[in-house]
Design a protein around this ligand. Structure first.
Ligand SMILES: [Zn+2]
Length: 140
């Protein structure tokens, strides 16, 4: 079981980075601690929160083993993830895939940026995992 890093500890009683308006401890925290995210959207939200909270360990475990990179690559200095909006969720199709389209906003060294991505998810040993994603639009 993973332990909390500084950013996670600090935010436990504050709003979750995934913009659900719930507290982190009632939202993405249990998933970061190993609870099964019931839907692909929940998993997507928990991964956004993990990016925002520098939880690389979770980013790795929530990545499908067939597409998982050897390590999480980050900008230097790391991007600050500040906003998430779920645009569309497509429920599981006959191949077992689910898609979540979202808008994410960040700051890159103080400069604002955003993109829209359609991510693909698939279960692995009954847990939803991130497979890959396609950028639909990048704009500042
Ligand atoms: Zn959350």
């Amino acid at each position: 079981m993973s332990s909390l890093n500084k950013k996670q500890k600090k935010i436990l009683n504050e709003k979750c980075p995934c913009q659900s308006s719930e507290k982190y401890q009632d939202c993405c925290y249990p998933i970061h601690m190993g609870q099964n995210p019931i839907t692909a959207e929940k998993l997507m939200r928990s991964r956004f929160s993990a990016f925002a909270l520098d939880n690389d360990e979770y980013l790795m475990t929530s990545w499908h083993s067939t597409t998982r990179p050897p390590e999480i690559l980050k900008e230097d200095p790391p991007l600050q993830w500040i906003y998430l909006k779920i645009i569309k969720t497509e429920v599981e199709n006959e191949r077992g895939e689910s898609f979540v389209t979202f808008e994410a906003r960040y700051r890159d060294n103080g400069k604002a940026g955003k993109f829209i991505e359609r991510s693909r998810f698939m279960r692995e040993e009954s847990m939803w995992k991130y497979l890959d994603g396609e950028f639909l639009k990048t704009a500042i």
